[in-house]
Design a binder for this molecule. Structure first.
Ligand SMILES: [Zn+2]
Length: 274
C-alpha cells in the first residue's frame, strides 16, 4: 500500500470560501442584494419577523415586508434574528426558545425551506442561549467578535466572523484573501454588517469596492452560511477506504476531495474510485 494525502476541498476543489451576513432586514437590503447578485456574492440575511409591521421613525428603519423575502433574497439564505430582537442572554429560557422558534416558524412559512441559521441580536448569547438554539434545530449562529483571520470556525453556534465591513482592516484583509494561494488549510473570509449603515455613513462605495475586488473569482467559493455548514457536514460523512483507493458519499450532494493534488468529485450516493 502506498500512502497518499487525501484532503477535503470545497465544491469544485476550491480551498477558499467567502460568506457574508447582514442583519435586521431593513430596506437598504434591496440595494445590497442587487450588488451581491451583480458580483456573484452570497449572503445570509438575518431578519426579525415580528418587527416588520411596526411604525418606523426614519427611512433607514423601514423593514422589508415578509411577503417580499422569498423573491428578494432568492439565491441567498434567510435566517433568524429572533422575533423582536431582545438582548437574548438576559431573557428567561422560555423566551429564548420562543423568540427563536417563532421567528423560524414564520420565516419558513414565508420562504418554503427550513430555516436553520441565526445571528445573535445585539451580539448577545451565553451557554443557555446556545442550548435553546440546539433545541430549536438551529445549526449556525453568528457573534459580533471579529477574528481578523481566515480560519474555519470550530463551533458553528459561536461563529466568529472575520470582520465587520466597518472595520478599517477590511481592505487589507480582502487583498490578503484574494492573494492567498496556500492550500494547507481551508480558508474562510466572513464579513458582516447592516445594510442601512451604508445609508447612514453615506459610504456605499466601501461595499461596492469590496464586491468588485473579491467577486466573480474562479478560485473562491461564494456560499451562504448554511451552505458551508451543510457542505462540511456532508464532507464529514464521507467514508474513505483504509487503502485510500475508493470513497463512498452517503449524502444527497457532491463532496470534493483532493488526492495527491488531484481534485475528485464524489457524486451523491455512490462509491468513487480515488
Ligand atoms: Zn440586529
Amino acid at each position: 500500500m502506498e500512502l497518499r494525502n487525501i484532503y477535503t476541498c470545497f465544491p469544485g476543489g476550491k480551498h477558499k470560501v467567502l460568506t457574508l451576513s447582514y442583519d435586521d432586514g431593513k430596506i437598504a437590503d434591496r440595494r445590497l442584494v442587487a450588488l451581491f447578485n451583480e458580483y456573484g456574492l452570497k449572503g445570509t440575511f438575518n431578519v426579525n419577523s415580528g418587527l416588520v409591521d411596526r411604525p418606523f421613525t426614519n427611512a433607514y428603519d423601514e423593514r422589508i415586508p415578509v411577503s417580499e423575502y422569498k423573491e428578494l433574497y432568492k439565491g441567498h439564505e434567510v435566517a433568524c434574528h429572533t422575533v423582536l430582537h431582545p438582548t437574548i442572554a438576559r431573557s428567561p429560557k422560555e423566551q429564548m426558545v420562543l423568540q427563536v422558534i417563532e421567528d423560524r416558524r414564520k420565516l419558513e412559512e414565508a420562504l418554503g425551506y427550513t430555516v436553520r441559521g441565526l445571528a445573535y441580536p445585539n451580539g448577545s448569547f451565553d451557554d443557555n442561549v446556545v442550548d435553546a438554539l440546539k433545541a430549536c434545530g438551529i445549526r449556525h449562529a453568528r457573534t459580533v467578535h471579529s477574528t481578523l483571520g481566515f480560519a474555519m470556525p470550530s463551533d458553528y453556534l459561536r461563529w466568529n466572523p472575520t470582520c465587520s465591513h466597518k472595520n478599517e482592516a477590511l481592505e487589507r484583509l480582502s487583498e490578503e484573501f484574494i492573494n492567498l494561494h496556500k492550500t494547507q488549510y481551508l480558508y474562510m473570509m466572513y464579513v458582516w454588517g447592516h445594510s442601512y449603515e451604508f445609508e447612514i455613513d453615506n459610504n456605499w462605495h466601501v461595499i461596492e469596492n469590496f464586491a468588485k475586488k473579491v467577486g466573480n473569482k474562479d478560485d473562491i467559493w461564494y456560499a451562504t452560511n448554511i451552505e458551508i455548514v451543510d457542505y462540511m457536514e456532508a464532507a464529514s460523512r464521507v467514508q474513505v477506504s483504509v487503502n485510500g483507493d475508493f470513497a463512498y458519499n452517503p449524502s444527497a450532494a457532491s463532496v470534493w476531495l483532493e488526492v495527491d493534488k488531484k481534485h475528485i468529485e464524489l457524486k451523491p450516493g455512490v462509491t468513487t474510485t480515488l
